[in-house]
Design a protein around this ligand. Structure first.
Ligand SMILES: Cc1cc2nc3c(=O)[nH]c(=O)nc-3n(C[C@H](O)[C@H](O)[C@H](O)COP(=O)(O)O)c2cc1C
Length: 156
């Protein structure tokens, strides 16, 4: 078992691909964060003005998790990958972090987006991981930079 776990949420598959690349680059184990009820295509039409009510719901609702089987306790370093939703992490990621004990662990965030950065992520996720060292890693829109991942791992 690797000391690194890549835990990822992906609604439409982009982050899933990057998370798999990340796990390969870091020689890490992989875990998918899934909602108990998958998001529908209509739910995540974020650019559609008609989806305004969904937008409010997506921003405010923390969906129940499909399982609580992430092997967090077995890993020292968790790479957390997710899409940016409304400039920060989707609420399911907050729910995932709250469901486990990350104290003493290092949590490094990675994200994909339509162009936004992850500056707001730390503020929204830090309260969910008391006692952990939460770091901002890399945006993965251009793919995973294996050399950068190696350099990051050397600092942990
Ligand atoms: C509900 C929702 C909100 C989004 N908000 C943003 C945003 O604020 N900024 C941005 O650049 N992209 C935003 N996006 C685009 C996603 O971050 C981007 O398409 C991402 O790569 C999708 O990853 P996935 O396929 O793993 O779900 C949003 C997408 C959704 C579904």
């Amino acid at each position: 078992m690797s000391r690194i776990l890549v835990a990822y949420f992906s609604a439409s598959g982009v982050t899933a691909e990057r998370a798999k690349e990340l796990a390969a680059a870091a020689d890490a184990d992989l875990y998918e964060i899934r909602p108990a009820e998958p998001y529908s295509a209509a739910d995540i039409k974020w650019t559609n003005p008609l989806a305004r009510c969904n937008r409010e719901w997506l921003r405010k609702a923390m969906p129940p998790l499909a399982d609580h089987d992430a092997p967090v306790a077995d890993h020292d370093v968790i790479f957390l990958a997710f899409p940016i939703w409304y400039y920060t992490a989707p609420l399911i990621v907050n729910g995932f972090l709250k469901a486990y004990d990350f104290a003493g662990k290092t949590v490094v965030c990675f994200a994909t987006s339509g162009g936004s950065d992850m500056k707001k992520v730390e503020k929204s996720l830090a309260p969910c991981v008391p006692g952990a060292d939460l770091k901002l890693g890399q945006m993965l829109n251009g793919g995973v930079n294996a050399a950068a991942v190696e350099a990051l791992l050397a600092t942990l």
